[in-house]
Design a protein around this ligand. Sequence first.
Ligand code: BDR
Ligand code: CA
Length: 334
Amino acid sequence: MSGGPDGLYSDVMFAPSLPVLLDCDPGIDDAFALAYLACRSDVETVGVVTTAGNVGQDDVLRNALGLTELLGMDAPVARGADEPLVEPMMTAEETHGPHGLGHAELGECRRRPDERSGAQLWVDLARKYPGQLVGIVTGPLTNLALALRVEPELPTLLKRLHVMGGAINHRGNTGPTSEWNIAVDPEAGHETFQAWGKASKRVVLGALQATEGIRLEERHRQAVADLGDHPIVAVLADALRFYFEFHQADGLGWCAYLHDPLVVAHAVTGRFATTRPLAVDVELAGTLTRGQTVGDELGRWGKEPNVDLLCDVDAEGFIEHLISTLGKGLKNLR
Ligand code: BDR
Ligand code: CA
């Protein structure tokens, strides 16, 4: 299944290497997203930025450094903001484990963070690859919002922005109506959607109703554990086992929703979902609904769409693709 407006991704298939910046909060599903990027020979991950989210900044940074080292990725890894713009920090150790990677142990890491802040790395890479860089955010949008304050032209400098976040006409997974990445930093979400709208650009948004389609079952968990003898396999398998335990404890059954990799795979292939345009903003003032992503389905705001919303997810096709990409790619990693 292909997706997106005509021509949106058509060049991706033929480009020798697509420059990608991943801003993430690893995070179990973020770890799979990083591994997926490392396994794609047609993608060059030119930067990784960490956002405090699933766990605190020290942990997400350590995890990103350790994962990129294990995966043989030499992209600079920049430390992002320690706190959201306004909201007090919250973390999700019950979901992702005490240090963000479930039962996995990364061991000693030799890689060191880039000297620049996460926001500065966004700006520098967007300027270095004008019109070419694909930005992907699989955590809260704090660093991107800070980067926008330095370089308001980011929406036009980037080739595309893909975000995992929000829940459109769907219950939340954090508050009753809010999704985790947006709930952690609602102001950053609001500033991002506003900036893209102002520039007449659209954020490609993978919200919960799309990403919860990626429900890994026991056979998928086994397939991950059997991926081979690369050291990342034990990390992913031990992390995933924790994620299954969390989902079971949360009443969802023996399964795991792997949100972030769908958004990343769609960003670099244009496959596994279609998109539809929608005007979206974040509720900042609601006493019950702060952090809700609101989609203006009826055009009541009179605004042009600022989002391309992922829909019609080919879940089984994507899960097969993810596991086979990891299986083939890990054989070629240093
Ligand atoms: C999002 O929140 C985090 O827990 C996951 O890593 C994902 O990015 C899902 O709501
Ligand atoms: Ca994440």
